[in-house]
Write a protein that binds this ligand. Structure first.
Ligand SMILES: Cc1cc2nc3c(=O)[nH]c(=O)nc-3n(C[C@H](O)[C@H](O)[C@H](O)COP(=O)(O)OP(=O)(O)OC[C@H]3O[C@@H](n4cnc5c(N)ncnc54)[C@H](O)[C@@H]3O)c2cc1C
Length: 437
């Protein structure tokens, strides 16, 4: 076992120590108004809104609900930060404004939900620091600041390299950007609380109910699962980056438009308090400008570093990923060389070919998918929006309506090209840094 692995190391999310995915052994109903496939934030928010408006709803998840990205993520809540700046040219100003508005509203949607229901999710509006990996990237961040200020009215400021130790106790970056409208929370606790709200509203949540086929049409669907069949008037597909994980044939339309990418995460052992405070003095959610980016934060109790990075651009085991992530941490903080890693885990992130999340209807089935690794707020909000569409007989409009959902010829949801893209990203990042020295 490599030295960096703590004796208690486990290949499971750190978040599951406090909140493991809960079983949902409820018997399947024979018939419902709406069957929701996928029990992450997106499916649960849809279910909650539908049930609160009097619809009978079942949520079907292949594993325990929360098995997917919703209990594995980094725990950063933000709206709109990854909406691409070139959107106006591609979609036209009017559509682009609608997409931006959706992203913006999604942050308040989740933040208000947490406050209004006093959800116990370790929420803290910490803000976000984005480190520049080279001087050129620092200059580019100024354009991002201007964009975030003008498009969203966010409070954003540049942090020059001389001042960055106030944000990150490291000289790795060439200055950075602080965005105040970003929060941290405990992702698995958030999932558990949203599930509680959905169940309280009347939704049935069923685990170990992998869907194998959707047959029929609007008003008369048959959803076949490994546990039996459910008849539903409407179906909402919320399987996102896990669309091809369990059963690749359920809904090829969405499968063929998503690029699932494995993201790797690790948590350190408990650090001495003064060290943790020195590494991240402002307790912000952090990221950087590298194409193969690092993201990091303190755990909610401020005792550990929780770190995300592309250990590889292909699927590897957690034991292999751990020393790579530890090396990434030491790039930022060389003083972590002797610190051990207690948890390492991975999860799927769904990219789209146009870098925009999508909400729509295909063959009568509603779907929402593709959040480029930034979906805690957006996928929650799109789940709610999909429910409003179903409730209104598709009269409700959302910013994502009618945007074409692109794919590529012969692509079937298996991103064979990722290792090549990853190698290119890592080379470009390394060249940027070498030129900066
Ligand atoms: C490591 C990592 C870090 C991330 N960090 C952040 C972050 O800090 N901030 C942020 O905003 N976003 C982050 N994200 C993205 C965010 O977690 C996701 O966008 C969000 O959780 C997506 O929620 P969802 O409900 O759409 O999908 P998921 O939570 O993935 O749920 C999909 C569900 O569908 C189920 N499913 C799949 N196929 C079937 C089937 N055939 N039958 C039944 N069920 C099925 C799966 O079991 C799964 O539970 C991160 C993601 C990862 C993986």
């Amino acid at each position: 076992m490599p030295q960096v692995l703590h004796p208690d190391w486990k290949p499971a999310p750190y978040w599951w120590d406090a909140m493991p995915p809960q079983p949902a052994a409820t018997a399947l109903p024979q018939a419902v108004d709406v069957a929701v496939i996928g029990g992450g934030y997106c499916g649960l928010h849809a279910a909650r809104t539908l049930a609160a408006n009097g619809r009978s709803v079942v949520v079907l998840d292949a594993r325990e609900p929360g098995y997917g990205a919703s209990s594995r993520n980094h725990g950063m809540l933000s709206g709109g930060l990854k909406v691409p700046a070139g959107l106006d040219a591609r979609l036209g100003k009017e559509w682009a404004d609608e997409v931006r508005r959706t992203a913006f509203e999604s942050y308040a949607f989740v933040k208000d939900l947490i406050a209004d229901n006093a959800l116990d999710v370790d929420f803290a509006e910490t803000g976000r620091f984005i480190g520049a990996h080279c001087p050129k990237a620092y200059q580019a961040l100024k354009a991002r600041r201007d964009y975030l200020e003008s498009a969203y009215g966010y409070h954003v400021r540049m942090v020059p390299r001389e001042a960055q130790r106030a944000e990150v106790g490291s000289d790795f970056y060439y200055g950075g950007l602080v965005i105040e409208e970003v929060a941290g929370m405990h992702p698995a606790k958030l999932h558990s609380e949203v599930r509680r709200l959905a169940e309280t509203a009347g939704a049935l949540v069923c685990g170990n109910a992998e869907v194998q086929a959707i047959e029929g049409q609007k008003g008369a669907f048959t959803v076949r699962t490994v546990r039996g069949t459910v008849h539903a008037e409407e179906v909402f597909l919320a399987t996102n980056a896990y669309t091809r994980t369990f059963n690749a044939t359920v809904f090829p339309y969405v499968r063929d438009r998503l690029v699932p990418v494995t993201a790797y995460m690790a948590a350190t052992e408990e650090l001495p308090l003064d060290l943790a405070e020195r590494l991240l003095p402002t307790n912000r959610m952090c990221g950087d400008t590298k194409r193969s980016l690092y993201a990091f934060r303190l755990s909610p109790d401020k005792r550990r570093i929780v770190f995300a990075g592309r250990a590889k651009f292909r699927d590897i085991g957690e034991a292999e990923a751990t020393p790579i992530l530890h090396r990434f941490m030491c790039d930022v903080w060389p003083e972590l060389a002797d610190v051990k890693v207690t948890h390492c885990w991975k999860g799927n992130v769904a990219f789209t070919f146009d870098h925009v999340p999508h909400l729509g209807v295909e063959n009568g089935v509603h779907y929402a998918a593709g959040c480029q690794g930034n979906g805690v707020a957006v996928m929650s909000y799109l789940g709610h929006q999909a429910a409003l569409k179903i409730l209104s007989g598709s009269k409700h409009q959302c910013g994502h309506d009618g945007i074409g959902f692109p794919t590529r010829p012969t692509y079937d949801g298996r991103p064979w090209f990722l290792p090549a893209i990853g190698a290119y990203y890592k080379t470009r990042d390394a060249v940027d840094r070498r030129l900066a020295h």
